[in-house]
Design a protein around this ligand. Structure first.
Ligand SMILES: *[C@@H]1O[C@H](CO)[C@@H](O)[C@H](O)[C@H]1NC(C)=O
Length: 633
């Protein structure tokens, strides 16, 4: 409770700038504009080998939503794909008249839909081209926008398409917090065992998070090279053989599992010198400190004066009743006579460091003459070794699908091409993306709020309208994600950590002082104590101000344990029910330390965070959560 309140208060105090851009764009998207829109005409391109989808009339014949249960490992829950799909025109930054696309309609829900290909696509010995448009009408803070190319399977039931349906390739944007990737994953069949394994592109490029239409293209050539393009620009290229993890081909040699370290192997490089002896004159018992015999009592020391005296200004309260309240004793104050002298009271000689102090004797370390160096098992031929020279020969593709979870709805997919011809893909883009993208960009530019004529940003208005609700939403989101991954949470809802950062700026120095402990000189201690009491005060006020908000958060988080779930890839943040449950717990830390926030260091998170992001400043500021908690508690 305490901690939640502190965060919430900090949010109240410091954070009002959130979502400015996105909200602004939404507001103004209805007000456009004089720009002439091109009109959509269905393509006349008839690919003989590939598949083209523009979501024109009759799309329902091709695309079937799934109502499968989503299977999760390790828990009993099953999640149904309840998310709705629609085919409609965009309502944000519409760049073409009459161009409908497939739209993800529900937020925080699992969606799955697929289309069977009229003819399976087998790219053996051929180039594979995968291209489609993504338009994030509400931006994307956490969600997937990738496409799956499903393994040909006569028995594929589209209504049962789920996260476990075997796929050949998964390609496209996936974002949640610090993870922002254009995934390229392929399933590779181990020729020895027949088992499939996902191969993930290492250092995947980042997705463009924009409300304009963005075009994603993947090319895989028969020579195992691949190219990923965003809006026709190459953003990543390489080979299937050396850019994926785990690597397609296993190592030829491995450590011999039967080789064990010999009993007598010596791997201590340095040892205490066995020949060293404690010197005769080394006195281990000499004390660290001794009385300073040379010290003399300062001239002005007032031995007869007490350190404190009854406050001469104190008066017995009028309503004091000696019989009921006992004898009245005035409070004491520091003896004013001691203020300007070296000291009062009985004088004793101070302690000083003992020059003969040596402490416990230990032998010095020397190089170990028996040292054999670090042990490593011998290498043997890998019994599981194989070499696949053509991983680019994927298994035949029988269907396409979208199988995603997202926090933001109204993601639109359109103008899909899967086939063998770069020319065909380019032609389709020329008729659609190339025409509407510049228009959308122009609209976006025209709708940008002018810097100087903003009376209030929409988020400010929202904030003023209902601050508790505003903070509640932010904090709610933060805690839910923090339960799963605190680092994601900091990225995903930067307002919260930024706000904590703001609060901390005032007290961060304190943590250092408290950690330094008793060695701080008196005036510093005094300052620290003052600041501490201020911090406590702020904390209490915060608790008052937002207790309803925090309560609501708790209720919300509890609710979510019912309808949130996990997913196959990283855009599925609040993962298992356990995590969700702990989110509920985290929103009302009844004791002290909120578990999800404890770990404040990011550890090997993927997509490199933008330098100077608010959370990052914050992260470097908060060096010691424990210290902070001690302080607040
Ligand atoms: C692989 O094939 C593509 C398409 O033919 C070609 O552009 C590329 O240069 C080739 N790369 C290598 C390394 O041979």
């Amino acid at each position: 409770m305490k901690f939640t309140a502190a965060i919430t208060a900090a949010v109240l105090a410091f954070s009002v700038h959130a979502e400015e851009s996105s909200a602004a764009a939404e507001e103004s998207s209805t007000t456009s504009s004089s720009i002439e829109l091109p009109t959509f005409t269905p393509t006349t391109l008839k690919s003989s080998t590939g598949f083209i989808e523009q979501f024109t009339d009759g799309w329902e014949e091709r695309w079937k939503p799934s109502h499968a249960k989503k299977e999760t490992t390790g828990t009993d829950e099953e999640w149904a794909y309840v998310g709705e799909w629609a085919v409609e025109e965009p309502y944000v930054l519409k760049g073409m008249e009459g161009d409908k696309g497939l739209v993800v309609k529900d937020k925080a829900a699992h969606h799955a839909i697929s289309a069977k290909l009229p003819k399976k696509i087998d790219n053996t010995g051929k180039t594979l081209v995968v291209q489609y448009e993504v338009k994030l009408q509400k931006g994307l803070e956490c969600g997937g926008a990738y496409m799956k190319l499903l393994r040909e399977n006569k028995a594929l039931h589209q209504e049962e398409f789920s996260n476990t349906t075997p796929y050949v390739i998964m390609f496209g944007p996936d974002k949640c917090g610090s993870t922002n990737k254009v995934h390229f994953i392929f399933n590779h069949k181990n020729p020895k065992t027949g088992e499939y394994e996902e191969k993930h592109l290492d250092a995947a490029p980042i997705a463009t998070i924009a409300k304009t239409t963005e075009l994603y293209t993947l090319l895989v050539h028969p020579n195992n090279t691949f190219t990923i393009q965003k809006n026709h620009d190459t953003v990543r290229e390489g080979s299937l053989l050396d850019q994926f993890k785990p690597s397609v081909n296993p190592p030829e040699e491995i450590d011999d599992p039967d080789d064990t370290k010999p009993e007598d192997w010596v791997d201590e490089a340095r040892i205490p010198d066995p020949d060293a002896k404690k010197p005769e004159d080394w006195d281990e018992d000499a004390p660290y400190e001794i009385v300073d015999e040379e010290a003399t009592k300062p001239e002005d020391w007032l031995e007869e004066e007490p350190l404190t005296v009854p406050d001469p200004e104190a008066e017995k309260p009028e309503d004091w009743d000696d019989e009921e309240d006992g004898d009245w004793i005035p409070p004491t104050v520091p003896n004013p006579k001691c203020a300007d002298v070296s000291g009062c009271g009985p004088w004793t000689q101070p302690m000083k460091k003992n020059p003969d102090y040596k402490g416990k004797w230990t032998a010095p370390y020397i190089d170990n003459p028996a040292y054999k160096g670090p042990w490593a098992p011998r290498k043997i031929k890998n019994p599981d070794y194989f070499e696949d020279k053509t991983p680019a020969n994927f298994e035949p593709i029988g269907a396409l699908g979208f199988e995603i979870w997202t926090m933001q709805n109204d993601i639109m997919f359109d103008n899909i091409y899967v086939g063998h011809s770069i020319e065909e893909a380019n032609q389709l883009a020329a008729e659609t993306f190339d025409k509407k993208h510049p228009v959308e960009k122009a609209l976006e530019e025209a709708e940008k709020p002018k810097k100087d004529d903003k009376p209030k940003s929409p988020s400010e208005l929202r904030f003023l309208d209902d601050p508790v609700e505003y903070v509640k939403e932010k904090l709610d989101l933060f805690l839910t994600i923090a339960a799963n991954d605190p680092i994601q949470a900091m990225k995903f809802v930067p307002e919260v950590p930024t706000a904590i950062g703001g609060l901390l700026v005032t007290i961060v120095a304190l943590i250092g002082i408290f950690t330094a402990g008793g060695s701080a000189p008196a005036p510093v201690k005094k300052a620290a104590a003052d600041a501490k009491s201020k911090a406590t005060e702020a904390k209490d006020k915060a608790a008052e101000a937002v207790s309803t908000g925090a309560e609501n958060v708790k209720a919300e988080a509890n609710k979510r344990t019912k309808n949130q779930s996990s997913g196959g890839h990283c855009a599925t943040p609040p993962s298992s029910s356990a995590a969700a449950a702990s989110a509920a717990g985290a929103s009302l830390p009844s004791s002290s330390a909120p578990a999800p926030l404890r770990e404040s260091r990011p550890s090997g998170s993927t997509g490199a965070p933008a330098r100077g992001a608010p959370w990052e400043d914050w992260r470097t500021e908060v060096l010691d959560w424990e210290g902070l908690l001690r302080l607040l508690g």
